[in-house]
Design a protein around this ligand. Sequence first.
Ligand SMILES: [Zn+2]
Length: 381
Amino acid sequence: MSNWIGRKVNGLALLDARLDAHVGSIAKRERALVTNPAKRVVFTVAQTVARTVAATRAHLGASLAQLLTMLALGAFGAFGALSSLSAQASSPRDASKSAATAMTATAAQAATADASTQTAFTLHGEWRQGRLIFGHTNPQARVVFNGRTLTLTPHGDFVLGLDRDAPADAELRVTPPGAAEIVQHYAVAAQQWDVQRIDGLPPAQVNPPPETAARIAREQTLLAAAHASDTPLDDFLQKPQWPARGRVSGIFGSQRILNGTPKAAHYGVDVAVPIGTPVHAALGGVVSLAEPDLYFTGGTLVIDHGHGVSSIMVHLSKLLVKVGDSVKQGEVVAASGMTGRATGPHLHFGVYWFDQHIDPQTLLPPMPSSAAVTTKTIGRR
Ligand SMILES: [Zn+2]
């Protein structure tokens, strides 16, 4: 028996040396592969091996039995590590398109977590500012994200959002029925946002006149209430479509500097379309706000897609739906315009998870290149 153990230990030492060489070669290839999306899968497999090796090393002092158990767990966790690293390794725009990206809660804990943790929940998305992350777990589980208890669909789907300015740490607590609570912390990657300077604006547009303060405050309360809605609609699970097609003239997250004064960031994507262009619902849902004339946003529509996800369409010339209306994805709900404080005709489209601002372009397909040509418009006001 002792000879058997001796051979096993020798074998492990040999294995360790081989893995060591393997990790060295992985490190060399890492920098090249990380910039090449086509090779990302190779990179993530290599990373997974490296991670398993690291976990093995940490436990080499443990008994042989523990070691073998841990190796088995490491192999199990590798499936999760593979896909989560795929997201980390890719560029922001590429990662947003890899919808199949999946993470398990266990990627970083393959060596210590037990098997029940490995399968407690799955996540799809990237831990980066301005993103939505989709999750799945037992429908009876309790899920708490950054202190907020999330509602689950009957199938156990949930969604969470990372604001444009989300802090670097996010906390997810999942309590499967009859099991202990799992607490996970995730590092939220900071996004580089553009700086957009607009000069020569009328002063009243940069700094609203004092007499409008009460009106603006009232309207912000209305908008906040619409975004706070938490309904069981499951339209948020659909793949969104562009509400209008045209040149993208403004992107999410830009820090606007108006006449030299830094203002609130741009919480949506702008599509340059002529006044009267039909505006489609990006996702199905229920209209939660329909206001023809808000101070900043003019004709404004908010559609609730369920579980805290809502979308907003701004500067509209005409509203074709009212609060409480159910709308289908793709349905024409409004006509675009340049109402409110718009500098030109365009559709501003924003996505929210409660009060968290999400980059719509991380959810939408690329704008078709033929989109610059728009079709007939809906009658002007
Ligand atoms: Zn805009």
